[in-house]
Design a protein around this ligand. Structure first.
Ligand code: ZN
Length: 205
C-alpha cells in the first residue's frame, strides 16, 4: 500500500505545503492548511494516510494525535485490503479488462431486450467503453447507452443494475423522485446493489 510520493506531487501542484511524516509505524502525508482542528483520513484504494493541520500546530502535537488513532488507521487499511480482495473496490493500478470486453458485450446483448421489454422502452443500443468517472451513461436524445468496461469483472447483477438505471433514464432523464419510483418498481433491491457498487469509490451513473 501507499502511493505517498504521487499524492504529495499532486498536492504540491495545488500549492499545498506537504511533508512526509512517520509516527508509531504510521507513514502519513501532512498538509498545512488554514483550518481550526487536525483532520485525518485514510484514502482508498491506496491506503495512504492523509493528515491536515492548522499552520500553527506543533509537529509533536500532530504526531501525538496520529499515534492516538493508530488502531483506527490500521482498521481502515485492513478494511480497504479486504474490499480490494473481494473486488468491491477499484484497484489503485489499472487492471487489463480488455479480455472481458467481449463476454460483457454478450451479457448485455442478452440483458438488453429483456429489460427493454420489462421497462417498456427502446434504446438505440448499448455499448461498452472505458470510463474513468462513471459506471454508465444514457443519451436521452439519441437513446444510446454506454456502460463502463470497469463493470466487466463485477458480479453480473451489478452490471444489470447499471443497465436498468440507464434504461430508466429513457423514462425520466433526471435523478428525481419519479426516477427513483421507477427504480423501486423495476428493481426493488437497487439500493442494495448501488451500495455494493460504490463502497468507497464513488462513480456517477
Ligand atoms: Zn443516472
Amino acid at each position: 500500500m501507499g502511493l505517498l510520493q504521487a499524492t504529495r506531487a499532486r498536492f504540491a501542484k495545488r500549492g499545498w505545503h506537504t511533508s512526509s511524516e512517520c509516527v508509531a509505524g504510521i507513514e502519513f502525508i501532512l498538509t498545512r492548511k488554514q483550518m481550526k482542528n487536525i483532520r485525518m483520513r485514510v484514502k482508498a484504494p491506496s491506503g495512504d494516510v492523509l493528515v491536515s493541520a492548522p499552520h500553527h500546530t506543533e509537529l509533536a502535537d500532530i504526531k501525538r494525535f496520529v499515534a492516538s488513532k493508530s488502531e483506527w488507521v490500521l482498521q481502515a487499511q485492513r478494511k480497504i485490503k479486504r474490499l480490494l480482495a473481494e473486488g468491491k473496490l477499484n484497484e489503485p493500478v489499472q487492471r487489463d479488462l480488455e479480455p472481458l470486453r467481449k463476454p460483457m458485450q454478450h451479457a448485455l446483448l442478452e440483458l438488453l431486450p429483456v429489460w427493454e421489454q420489462r421497462i417498456g422502452v427502446q434504446s438505440s443500443g448499448c455499448s461498452v467503453r472505458k470510463m474513468r468517472t462513471r459506471w454508465g451513461s444514457c443519451n436521452v436524445r439519441t437513446r444510446k447507452i454506454w456502460l463502463s468496461l470497469e463493470l466487466a469483472d463485477k458480479p453480473p447483477e451489478l452490471l444489470e443494475y447499471v443497465l436498468v438505471h440507464e434504461l430508466v433514464h429513457l423514462l425520466e432523464a433526471s435523478h428525481n423522485a419519479r426516477f427513483y419510483r421507477f427504480m423501486d418498481t423495476f428493481m426493488p433491491d437497487w439500493r442494495d446493489k448501488h451500495q455494493r457498487l460504490n463502497p468507497l469509490a464513488r462513480r456517477r451513473l
